[in-house]
Design a protein around this ligand. Structure first.
Ligand code: G3H
Ligand code: ZN
Length: 283
């Protein structure tokens, strides 16, 4: 069933677990995620980035995601990931997304608050949930020196002010993770997660969660993370299965035969994550 982001995240916040938010670009990825959610009886968030929307087209991706949500027997939210463009955010609301992320994290605090409030006014008028970002969650390719690390992390006092002045539904925080494939082991700032949770008491979001050790993710969840974003690990499951299949079947031309093992592999990876995040059995 199609639900708002808040319906899913409020339950996770109250009961101390996290829900996976997996990036979608095509039908097979959506089907793989929904299959895993059904199998593990887990609520789930299907999220499309601005790049994903550009690739598939907003009509296609919103229609595919909504059909998947409406046909499923578990709660599913359809979410815009990293909405940096105001027009794109509003378009997603018009196309039936039940949750949007407004990402104004590159701006100074006041501007971030102002842009977030602009989106909240529109989104909340039509019962769409809003996630914002505070701090800078970079890519693994961004080389940040140890002494600069602190500056990129979410400041606890700023988080309190941000939540008070916006009333945002959930907050993405920078606590040591990054987007993409890690070169070394990511070091999460668990004390920071704990402090932000205690002082804001709202659902918190962890981005760049692919490649993070499961024990670290479990600890992050126990300290207050309620939404875990995964893209890279699903991409890898997709690509690995296709490479594997074509290695033994180089003459195969049927897209269904090539994509079927990829869909199955992605579903397995997603189901495993749902068990780790604690969302399995919650639907
Ligand atoms: O917003 C999307 C995520 O933060 C995905 O990050 O590709 O490192 O899993 P990831
Ligand atoms: Zn992200």
């Amino acid at each position: 069933m199609l639900v708002t982001g808040s319906e899913i995240l409020q339950d996770a916040h109250k009961n101390g677990y996290a829900v996976g938010a997996f990036n979608i670009n095509n039908m097979e990825i959506i089907q793989a995620i929904i299959e895993a959610a059904e199998e593990t009886r887990s609520p789930v968030i299907l999220q499309a980035s601005q790049g994903g929307i550009k690739y598939a087209g907003i009509e296609y991706i919103s229609a595919l995601a909504k059909v998947a949500a409406e046909r499923s027997t578990v709660p599913v939210a359809v979410h815009l990931d990293h909405g940096t463009d105001f027009v794109q955010v509003v378009k997603c609301i018009r196309y039936g997304f039940t949750s949007v992320m407004v990402d104004a994290s590159k701006y100074p605090l006041e501007e971030n608050i102002a842009m977030t409030n602009k989106v909240i006014e529109i989104a909340h008028a039509v019962d769409v949930s809003v996630e914002a970002e505070l701090g800078k969650i970079g890519g693994t390719e961004d080389h940040i020196k140890v002494d600069e690390r602190e500056a990129t992390m979410t400041n606890v006092d700023e988080a309190v002010r941000f939540v008070e002045e916006t009333g945002v539904d959930s907050l993405a925080i920078a606590v040591g993770t990054a987007h993409g494939v890690y070169k070394g082991k990511p070091e999460l700032d668990f004390d920071r997660i704990k402090a932000i949770k205690e002082k804001t008491n709202i659902p918190l979001v962890l981005h760049g969660s692919s490649g993070v050790a499961y024990e670290d993710l479990e600890k992050a969840v126990s300290l207050g993370i309620n939404k875990i974003n995964i893209d890279t690990d699903v991409r890898m499951a997709f690509a690995d299965a296709i490479k594997d299949f074509l290695k033994d079947n180089i003459d195969e031309i049927d897209p269904r035969k090539i994509l079927k093992p990829a869909r199955a592999n992605m579903s397995q990876v997603v189901a495993e994550k749902m068990r780790v995040f604690g969302s399995a059995g919650r639907a």
